[in-house]
Write a protein that binds this ligand. Structure first.
Ligand code: SAH
Ligand code: SF4
Length: 392
């Protein structure tokens, strides 16, 4: 068994704490800023690489803190290099994923480099169409582990480029690790670190109502995205098991309050699953639920995942669904999948590494899902328990 590195991740240390550390070592406070600049804007891989730091001090810093808490184990590119998926290994052996998406400049719009990051290793919510949900929950990420995914991607960009958008749509449920997510967001905002504005950060949740309410009280920190997937409880119970704890009407009420209080549009995500949540009745139920709200709907064709019987809805079906949402006066976009062939829906790479489930296990799982979604389509609520470990 390797011993786990107990040093704190440097990226997660606040500016004040870092300044205090230097002060305790008889050094001026500006050293903290020097180190932060090097952390976020240089290719240095340890304090020893910093020519501005005296040798002895660099060694002491290295003894106290870990320069990076994520090791890039695999980087897989697709879409002609436009999408890069990274599998990161953490000090205790857990693995997480991030996906970097490059969008070239268009007329009137600068090039964007959007990074999708993880907030937990695994996830306790257990949505059946999601590779991470299938892996189960391992642990919350530390603040530094969240931020170091961003630093890793930033280092892989070309000179002069920087991460322009961060979305918490990787592994895990960010609102079940909210303290650390908020700390990480504050660091991303910090001009001495990444300096990314709140408008360029999106946090996606499967509907942790107390977390949404807490965010509303804090004021706008980032764009809030709600993984809604279905407007009717019976179906949402199956697609987002957290719905058995916080039903869809409560989730939307909390999101509506958030939009009113912050003046910021809430984004609703629907993973489009053929024959499951893509009927006209589903579109109308969603339109009725969101009518008049400060909302935007994003339709995402489902990425195929090995253990489910499901596939993406055909594009004409998605377009018809979009048309009904639009007709209700709600802005809607269809998001083209990026990196499908490398399994860019977060968690898929890690799921592959964990090994394929046996055929009989997959067959049983598919059968249960078919039965559950058929019951849901008849309007029957789920009798399955609320997933363990989802208390906010
Ligand atoms: N746990 C949070 C954030 C991470 S999941 C949440 O659920 O919102 C980020 C997004 O990826 C969610 O909208 C989720 O529904 C979507 N997703 C998961 N598996 C997918 C798949 N197989 N195909 C398409 N989207 C998927
Ligand atoms: Fe967790 Fe989000 Fe995947 Fe659901 S979709 S299992 S909440 S990561």
């Amino acid at each position: 068994m390797p011993t786990v590195d107990a040093r704190l991740g440097l990226s997660g240390v606040s500016s004040d704490d870092l300044a205090a550390w230097f002060e305790a070592h008889g050094e001026p406070a500006y050293r903290a800023r020097q180190v932060l600049t090097a952390l976020w804007a240089s290719q240095a891989s340890s304090p020893g690489d910093l020519t501005t730091l005296p040798r002895g001090l660099a060694a002491e810093l290295d003894d106290a803190f870990r320069w990076s808490t994520v090791a890039d184990e695999t980087i897989v590119a697709s879409d002609g290099g436009q999408t890069e998926k990274a599998l990161h290994r953490l000090a205790d052996g857990a693995t997480i994923e991030s996906v970097l998406m490059h969008y070239p400049a268009t007329a009137g719009r600068r090039a964007r480099h959007t990074l999708c990051i993880s907030s937990q290793a695994g996830c306790a919510v257990g949505c059946p169409f999601c590779a991470t949900g299938e892996l189960g929950f391992t642990r919350d990420l530390e603040t530094a582990e969240i931020l170091d995914q961003v630093r890793s991607a930033n280092r892989r960009l070309r000179t002069g480029e920087r991460i322009t958008n961060v979305v918490f749509m990787g592994m895990g449920e960010p609102l079940l690790n909210l303290d650390r997510v908020l700390e990480a967001v504050a660091s991303l905002n910090d001009p001495a670190r990444l300096g990314l504005g709140a408008r360029h950060i999106t946090v996606s949740t499967s509907g942790v109502v107390p977390g949404i309410r807490r965010l509303t009280a804090l004021g706008p920190q980032f764009t809030l995205a709600i993984s809604i997937h279905a407007a009717r409880d019976a179906l949402r119970d199956v697609l987002v098991p957290l719905n058995r704890r916080w039903p869809v009407a409560e989730v939307v009420a909390a999101a509506r309050d958030h939009a009113r209080a912050t003046g910021r549009r809430v984004s609703y995500e629907v993973t489009m699953i053929g024959g499951v949540n893509d009927t006209e009745a589903d579109a109308d139920a969603l339109a009725n639920l969101l009518r008049g709200d400060l909302a935007h709907v994003n339709l995402i064709p489902m990425n195929p995942v090995a253990h489910t019987p499901w596939r993406a809805s055909p594009m004409p079906v998605i377009e018809r669904f979009a048309g009904r949402i639009k007709a209700a006066g709600i802005p809607v976009t269809i998001r083209r999948n990026r990196g499908v062939e490398i399994g860019a829906a977060c968690g898929q790479l890690a799921a592959e590494r964990a090994g394929a489930p046996t055929e009989p296990a997959v067959a049983r799982r598919r059968e249960r899902l078919e039965a559950a979604s058929a019951r849901a389509l008849r309007g029957q609520r789920s009798e399955e328990p609320i997933p363990a470990g989802v208390d906010a």
